[in-house]
Design a protein around this ligand. Structure first.
Ligand SMILES: NC(=O)c1ccc[n+]([C@@H]2O[C@H](COP(=O)([O-])OP(=O)(O)OC[C@H]3O[C@@H](n4cnc5c(N)ncnc54)[C@H](O)[C@@H]3O)[C@@H](O)[C@H]2O)c1
Ligand SMILES: [Zn+2]
Length: 380
């Protein structure tokens, strides 16, 4: 730790869920921290959040603005690039603009200004995978492609073996699984990751892409109905509304508590074992979404059963659990399991005033823009 003492970090997106916890951890570890965040209104409906660490230098500004990012990068040693436009939002151009162009321009500024950055850690995502790895009874480990929309329209949610069509069983997905991006968001996370890793290799700059699993915890926006299943279900229940499950609710996700993700960032900065690589960060096991809804309703003591309307989101993977062998070998050891993490998130949510439901309105938009579809009634 002492070798990093006094290092200077830029945390882009440092007002958000993950960035703010990264900033706090770095401050505790003796780093000098600057945050660049434009306080995206979708995420920060009530303006600058109270949790921005007072020992951080805060720049309110947009990553896409060349002068702003140049100023933010001045005299920085390590970049923790967390800023992104995320989730299942209906925009197309904005994802590419913020995530892809924003990252590309940041790299260009570093090159043009000959900045002596020592390392870049970029927030990637499990969304770079098409579908989680599967085990076929005949073919063992397979990497199925995204499920075709026609299949989903029939209400067939299973993941089939790409070779023989048998139903596969979910298995932890390693970093060498095919990377594609099946949503606009996923595609731009691939861009961010590849831009940083490729460019780092070209110029000899150590870089790490952390492929986070579903991350949750205190400070996850209670205003954004497009991302963060735990926050969305929780705000629904607190408004006496049922959480809405897509498909049949048996799809699984790997959940990470935000403080563990912050620790992974610090680790990536300190070790050289991950340099030049993508690394999954997750718990290593999948939890069905239906179970998450149940755990939340039990913990909140709000007994409302989730709703299933035969809706689905094309491009969404059915199962994902992260194979975390690589990052664990480098020293990663998550501390907080889902039950404890949910309890800590709920403590925080209870302390927030005026928790509203924004999902109902968003659901309409998602339907009308074709992001959420419905199964078609087929005769048996
Ligand atoms: N939360 C998850 O489940 C998850 C999973 C995988 C990957 N990620 C990635 O982790 C990173 C952080 O996500 P998060 O969950 O903390 O989201 P978040 O929305 O809480 O934080 C992102 C922050 O970036 C800021 N931002 C957005 N556009 C910006 C711009 N143009 N200029 C400056 N700042 C901008 C926002 O205001 C926000 O504070 C993102 O790159 C996201 O893609 C998150
Ligand atoms: Zn098979």
């Amino acid at each position: 730790m002492s070798e990093c003492h006094g290092k200077r970090a830029l945390v882009t997106g440092g007002a958000g869920l993950i960035g703010s916890h990264v900033a706090d951890l770095l401050v505790r570890e003796g780093w000098r921290v600057r945050v660049l965040d434009n306080l995206e209104p979708q995420t920060h409906r009530r303006g600058r959040p109270t949790w921005i660490n007072e020992r951080v230098e805060f720049i309110e500004g947009d990553l896409r603005d060349r002068e702003t990012i140049a100023a933010a990068l001045d005299k920085i040693d390590v970049i923790f690039h967390q800023a992104a436009y995320g989730g299942y939002m209906p925009e197309i151009v904005k994802y590419v603009h913020v995530n892809s162009l924003g990252t590309a321009q940041m790299l260009e500024v570093i090159r043009e200004k000959k900045l002596s950055i020592q390392k870049i850690i970029v927030a990637s995502s499990q969304a770079v995978y098409s579908e989680g790895a599967g085990i076929c009874p005949k073919h063992n480990v397979v990497f199925p492609p995204v499920r075709p929309v026609e299949q989903l329209r029939r209400g067939d949610w299973q993941v089939h073996c790409p070779i023989c069509g048998a139903i596969t069983k979910s298995a932890p997905t390693p970093e060498n699984a095919p990377v594609g991006g099946e949503t606009v968001y996923g595609l731009t996370k691939v861009d961010q990751e590849k831009l940083v890793l490729l460019w780092g290799k070209q110029v000899g700059l150590p870089t790490v892409a952390l492929r986070y699993s579903c991350t949750y915890g205190p400070r996850q926006s209670i205003f954004n109905p497009y991302t963060g299943v735990i926050a969305i279900f929780c705000t629904r229940l607190l408004n006496n509304l049922p959480p809405v499950l897509y498909e049949d609710g048996e799809q699984t996700r790997d959940f990470s508590f935000v403080e563990d993700i912050a620790r992974a960032n610090l680790l990536a900065a300190e070790t050289d074992e991950l340099d030049g690589l993508p690394a999954n960060v997750g718990s290593g096991h999948g939890t069905p979404i239906r179970e998450v809804a149940e755990q939340l309703s039990t913990a909140l003591k709000i007994d409302i059963a989730p709703e299933i309307n035969g809706e689905f989101r094309p491009g969404e993977m059915r199962h994902l659990s992260s194979d975390t062998t690589r990052i664990r070998a480098a020293g990663y050891d998550p501390h907080v399991d889902l039950a404890e993490g949910i309890a800590r998130y709920l403590d925080w949510v209870r302390a927030q005033s005026d928790v509203r439901d924004y999902f109902s309105e968003a659901a309409e938009i998602l339907r009308s823009k074709g992001i959420v579809h419905k199964v078609q009634n087929v005769s048996p």
